[in-house]
Design a protein around this ligand. Structure first.
Ligand code: GDP
Ligand code: MG
Length: 177
């Protein structure tokens, strides 16, 4: 049987300290390339998913390293991206509010060939902590009105909903490619 590889570039964005690098470390048990000297200031990691008997999905995860303060990235970073993970920290209301700016920046720079925005999943991280500074209703409303494919509460610390959320994004990218 012939095998098919699907390679997707996935952006991991969100404010500083929300858990982006931790997510990548948790999710990717295999290769992790640290490229501190990269001109665009990103780290790359690769995750392979056995999709079917004949298909492999490869996710190339782009973790912004230290550029979060801009809430805006250069076009080089967004170029060729197929999907996006936007993260906030449930104990930080400011990291949730920033998501609006992150999403707008994404939509102004990363579009599919048909002109639609690339699929983006909203992840509410650190759900192991309490109290939350954000209500689930507010997250639900924001997710719906801003065109996210879904939102999920996750905990990188407790390994909760990590593979599940990236699976949802991968399924969406496979459907829209
Ligand atoms: P980044 O700046 O977005 O890359 O965030 P980091 O991955 O460096 O994480 C920032 C801090 O949050 C670190 O101290 C992590 O250990 C912590 N952290 C990340 N995910 C979780 C989580 O799910 N729960 C808790 N309690 N802490 C977390
Ligand atoms: Mg980081």
């Amino acid at each position: 049987m012939e095998s098919h590889d699907h390679l997707f570039k996935v952006l991991i964005i969100g404010d500083c300290r929300v858990g982006k690098t931790s997510l990548v470390h948790r999710y990717v048990h295999e290769k992790f390339f640290k490229s501190y000297k990269s001109t665009v200031g990103v780290d790359f990691a690769l995750k392979a998913l056995a999709w079917s008997d004949t298909e492999t999905v490869r996710l190339q995860l782009w973790d912004i390293a230290g550029q979060e303060r801009f809430t805006s990235m250069t076009r080089i970073y967004y170029k060729g991206a197929s999907g996006c993970v936007l993260m906030f920290d449930v104990t930080s209301i400011s990291s949730f509010h920033s998501c609006q700016k992150w999403k707008e920046d994404l939509e102004s720079k990363a579009l599919l060939v048909d002109g639609n925005p690339i699929p983006c999943i909203l992840l509410a991280n650190k759900c192991d902590l309490s109290p939350w500074q954000v209500s689930k209703d507010d997250v639900e409303t924001f997710s719906k009105t801003s065109g996210f494919i879904a939102w999920m509460e996750i905990s990188v610390k407790d390994n909760r909903n990590i593979t599940e959320s990236l699976r949802i994004l991968a399924e969406n990218m496979m459907a829209t490619q």
